[in-house]
Design a protein around this ligand. Sequence first.
Ligand code: LLP
Length: 412
Amino acid sequence: MAYSYQHKTLHCGQVSLADIAASAGTPCYVYSADDILERYHAYDQAFGDHPHQVCYAVKANSNLSLLRLLAAAGAGFDIVSGGELYRVLQAGGDPTKTVFAGVGKTAEEIEYALANKIHTFNCESEAELELIDGLARKHGVTARVALRVNPDVDASTHPYISTGLREHKFGVDISEVEAVYARAKRLGHIALEGVSCHIGSQLLDTDPMMETVDKMLALVGRLRSNGIPIRHLDLGGGLGVAYKPQDKAPSIAEVIGAIGRKVEGHDLEIMVEPGRSIVGAAGVLLTRVLFRKQTPRKEFIVVDAAMNDLIRPALYQSHHEIIPVEEPCEEQRMLADVVGPVCETGDFLARNREMPAVLPGALMAVCTAGAYGFVLSSNYNSRPRVPEVLVEGATWRIIRRRETLEDLIRGE
Ligand code: LLP
């Protein structure tokens, strides 16, 4: 557990969040390096001797310091844009351990990735296969490709982050995959060495993932018997984290252990692309209460963080626990909406939440905000983006400074 009360104050590891807020200001994201590394190692170790590569999904949190930390631990990366590749390279990440996904890669992005010799393009359509082949030919290289398969499995998660059903834009329908590989044999500058999939994110039930592994292994068998020498299977990311106290997050060790048993003897390198399950629980968003506002209908706690800082509640109706940094002495409770200063009714961090009663000035931690928090933040309402802090053992440092008013108009 990265966060705990010590002497009545919430700490990240050994560092008081009140100290961080006093010096870095609020709102502010805080991440635990120890927690991130622990979860990365949990993935890596659960594979044991089986050939594998853990490719951290950069989209979940792309701060350079986090990427550096993971690169140094041996992680590969899952990217979805030229911008993410740039970040990986800047952080000293290894492009030869990097896989590139996404339904709309541009020629420019593909050439950038070819020039940096990435491991594999996770290719989402036949048209993209041809584009990659043509660009590889132009540059006199061979591109390693894995077709992203849409396995038609229901991930039972929020519809916006469910990706493995036939009606979704992702991948090639599993019923068409063999024909696509057969036709692609004529493309001389791609090496068809892998298959990939990703059925969705925030999976708390892992049965759909196991069903996917079975479907993909059967597919690998069929492709191999058609003479396609498949060497690796990329299973994507998706393991969920506990946002609500009653949520049970799947155990990384158990899930990867179960996958390891299924793939044993198949002579396949396994890749996974976890994002949220590595960084989600490692982060909080610190915010301060500005006002309490009572209306005839409701009570509102107005805080200094808003939907532009953390959009997940507004966009995915997601729940984030919000707890006071100073442990409340007596359990006085209140029912309130926690809202920010942005001019929209959709600007809330929590609705109808029963929580400890807090007063203006109180510091609060919005929990489990390490994944898809800062990366989805914006300057909406001309609010400067907030700083990010990394805690390592007993020390902490700012890994992205707070934006200034000048930053807001840079480039205009
Ligand atoms: N691989 C691919 C191809 C993906 O599309 C994703 C996430 C991942 C890996 C990483 O999935 P994870 O292990 O983090 O679940 N903004 C949303 C989540 C979007 C996920 C998009 N794809 C949220 O805040 O819930």
